[in-house]
Design a binder for this molecule. Structure first.
Ligand code: SAH
Ligand code: DHB
Ligand code: MG
Length: 223
């Protein structure tokens, strides 16, 4: 058995017992695929991990950057109370449309708002609305802009908030000093920003599973 087959098998085992089939989440993935969206949503185990983080955090408000078909959005929004709020930013009108349908089927349309456009345009507009600080920010969009997204997350959160970045390992590319990939450089800039910022305490955890070898960075806002 290859290493990746083993990771798949273990991921299947954990998913079967810890985040079992859910008709609404399955339908979200099925309709995303049918609409031609790329299959790059978080895995069920990762979705459950995000949901647990949001619950541990006691989150009432969540900001997501990168909606795709709304799969991670549904996991996160289910952690919120009935009067909670999740704003998800998505560049692609088509992705946002698919996500909006998936979110409505999940019964979360009163809690979740998907905003279409480049996140670096949506974020200043959001800041102008002076929203209450977000308890959790999940950054999962174009990796080249990761340092900007961390900066915006800092502006839109307060002490105790949690910032989570997806895909910080990318099969080990993050530590390849020769990499010229803008995505890798963006992620590395974000990691180094987290490490050097006086208002952030962070770590990164490597993961394997059905999406291969990757990882999450977590940063707690200190002040
Ligand atoms: N969080 C999703 C996956 C997101 S995939 C999940 O796990 O279910 C990344 C998404 O970011 C894609 O839908 C892509 O269209 C979007 N994206 C890419 N560049 C963006 C930008 N500049 N602003 C906002 N969204 C962007
Ligand atoms: C890609 C993006 C993601 O957010 C992810 O989790 C996996 C892959 C991608 O653009 O290839
Ligand atoms: Mg991702």
């Amino acid at each position: 058995m290859s290493e990746s087959q083993l990771w798949d098998r273990v991921d299947d085992y954990f998913t079967t017992h810890l985040s079992p089939d859910d008709a609404v989440l399955d339908a979200a993935l099925r309709d995303s695929e049918a609409a031609g969206l790329p299959s790059i949503a978080v895995t069920p185990s990762q979705g459950k991990f995000l949901q647990l983080l949001a619950q541990i955090q006691g989150s009432r408000t969540i900001l997501e950057i990168g909606t795709l078909g709304g799969y991670s959005t549904i996991w996160l929004a289910r952690a919120l109370p009935e009067d909670g709020r999740l704003i998800s930013l998505e560049y692609s009108a088509k992705h946002a449309e698919v996500a909006t349908r998936n979110i409505a089927r999940a019964g979360l349309d009163r809690i979740v708002e998907v905003r279409v456009g480049p996140a670096l345009e949506s974020l200043p507009k959001l800041a102008d609305e002076n929203p209450a600080p977000f308890d959790l920010v999940f950054i999962d969009a174009d990796k080249v802009n990761n340092p900007h997204y961390v900066e915006w997350a800092l502006r839109l959160t307060s002490a105790g908030s949690l910032i989570v970045l997806d895909n910080v390992v990318r099969s080990g590319q993050v530590a390849d000093a020769d990499s010229k990939s803008p995505d890798v450089l963006g992620t590395r800039a974000a990691i180094e920003l987290i490490g050097s910022h006086p208002r952030l305490s962070g770590t990164a955890i490597q993961t394997v599973g059905s999406k291969g070898y990757d990882g999450f960075a977590l940063a707690r806002v200190l002040a």
